[in-house]
Ligand binder design. Sequence first.
Ligand code: SF4
Length: 374
Amino acid sequence: MTPPRTTREIRIGDVVIGGSQPVLLQSMCATKTTDVAATAQMATVLAEAGAGLVRVAVDTKRDAEALREIAAQTPARLSVDLHENHKLAGLVAPFVKKIRYNPGHLHHIDPNISWQDKVKRIADVAGEHGCALRIGVNCGSLDPAKASLDDGGIDTMPLLISTLEHAEFLDSLGFVNSCVSLKSSAPLMVIRANREFARRRPDVPIHLGLTEAGMPPEAVLKSRAALEPLLATGIGDTLRVSLTVPNDRKTEEIEAGRQILANVAAGDIMTPERLQLPRLNIISCPSCARVENGAFVELAETIREATRFATDFPVNIAVMGCRVNGPGETDKADLGIWCGATQANLKRGETLLGAFDYDQIVPKLLEELQRLMK
Ligand code: SF4
């Protein structure tokens, strides 16, 4: 029997999460937001598959203008991902039920304005339009002032401190229609960070997810190992299983989320200790509107096939779709690729080895892998 969840309830349009409400499944559009027809169609397909909330990335005014049309063309309950451009909050709020902001990305635009002023602006706009907020903290894109606290993959302090700080700041503004997420690509870190946050702030609803989980079936197993132990102890009010799959397979995120909830209900809990995966670990993002080259998902799949010969070699390879989380997440991997529009960047740890054309990047990666194996 799962312990009762005890957070406050928050309203996302016509649905309530938190408290004893059912866990809400989420997914995200991976189409270009300016492609209104494709994004509206994807949002509808995801909603029909069971996504109670569908996220759309908005980075520019053109994206924000497209969102108005998307909202008119889909019955999906929409959330917006405002990674960097806090100034767009006012343009998108009328068309969505929830706004996600990332504390680690508030420093890029208008560095002379404090993060507190930016969050206040977002909260004011959200309050005016009845939107919920999510403080979405991600290991791959931490606030630089907190990132230096990281010890390389297990310590949860940077994630935790950043989330607590923003939750307290929203409290100070009197904004309580909010939830948080603390994501990492390491299941153990997701468990530790969320447990500690829930211990310190049992009142705040939590959106669960393993970021950059990679491709199925490994990504589903890793997500199970991160999310099921938390849900089994009453932590988690919404969730997303992030999968690197082509757009026409995105509903697999919902199917995997539903399976996780069924496993928890049946008491069949995967844990990081029970997880049996190849020692060569591929971390890859689920792609979204920001992906800089449409070849990204295929590239991730090609890398998985090309590295099968090294399955037993303990190495982390990160494959990321854009510069948003790419540079940060590849810093922590042994080898990393993050995609640009015409070239892909290859890294060994924090060192950039170069930018290569898409038809050269896999052989270059394999050369580096062979070098590491020697
Ligand atoms: S790394 Fe970039 S493309 Fe991939 S999910 Fe994150 S923001 Fe989207």
